[in-house]
Design a protein around this ligand. Structure first.
Ligand code: ATP
Ligand code: MG
Length: 218
């Protein structure tokens, strides 16, 4: 019998400021139900929720995760570790994540860390291309798709686009999923997204107040 190939799932969320990317991402994290590490450079993620632990720096996170009791708790309780990683420390965070297994990695504002100049040396590149061996799933968000590395675009399994109108954004949509979807994305309401896997699997989805309530209680 053929053994099912283990895959990592790569989801990419793209949209304007304030159009609901973070709320959608938190909902996707809840659905995935995995131990999660979030790179949060803009302090978007509250750490009030029961399963969340916040870290003000990658150094602080490193010390915590290298403790074996903490490491076990991360997997046992499927914790969500929110790390304020910035330009100069993100690479170290991605390196630590790449050495781990069976988890979800969330990168907010991914173009800050992985833009069109990114190379195969970047640990995020390794997570994207070889993460399937370690079962590392990835969700990333961005406001500016034109800046995102094509390495991420080409490996994305599911895109979520909110309303985008700039010519460079439209070009990105055309190149990533096809010109026929540009007008669909242009006319989306706030908090609505075009979820696109392939031509047969695409739909408009919308988060709502109830999702936010559930997320606050999670
Ligand atoms: N479906 C929704 N219904 C009502 N309010 C929402 C919904 N989704 C998000 N919001 C609210 O709208 C605001 C912006 O949402 P969110 O932070 O998710 O946007 P964003 O796209 O991540 O923004 P940014 O680009 O600044 O990161 C927040 O105050 C959030 O609580
Ligand atoms: Mg956000």
């Amino acid at each position: 019998m053929l053994k099912r190939q283990v895959q990592n799932n790569i989801q990419t969320v793209i949209g304007h400021k304030g159009y609901g990317k973070t709320v959608l991402t938190e909902a996707l994290m809840l659905l995935a139900d995995k131990p999660t590490i979030v790179a949060d450079p803009r302090f978007q993620y509250s750490t009030d929720q029961k399963r969340r632990v916040g870290f003000k720096s990658v150094g602080e996170f490193r010390k915590w995760i290298y403790n074996s009791t903490n490491f076990k708790d991360f997997y046992r309780y499927k914790l969500e570790l929110v790390v304020n990683a910035f330009d100069d420390t993100f690479e170290e965070l991605a390196q630590i994540v790449f050495k781990m297994r069976f988890l979800m990695f969330v990168v907010d504002e991914v173009d800050m860390f992985f833009d069109t100049r990114a190379t195969a040396k970047n640990s995020l590149y390794k997570i994207i291309h070889y993460g399937r061996h370690n079962e590392i799933d990835l969700i990333s968000t961005s406001r500016r798709p034109a800046n995102i590395s094509r390495n991420l675009t080409s490996q994305t399994d599911i895109f979520y686009f909110s309303k985008l109108r700039e010519p460079t954004d439209k070009k990105y949509i055309k190149d990533a999923i096809g010109g026929e979807y540009v007008s669909k994305v242009e006319h989306l309401e706030r908090f609505s997204f075009l979820k696109f896997q392939d031509e047969e699997h695409q739909e408009i989805i919308k988060t709502n107040e109830r999702d936010i309530e559930l997320l606050e209680r999670a």
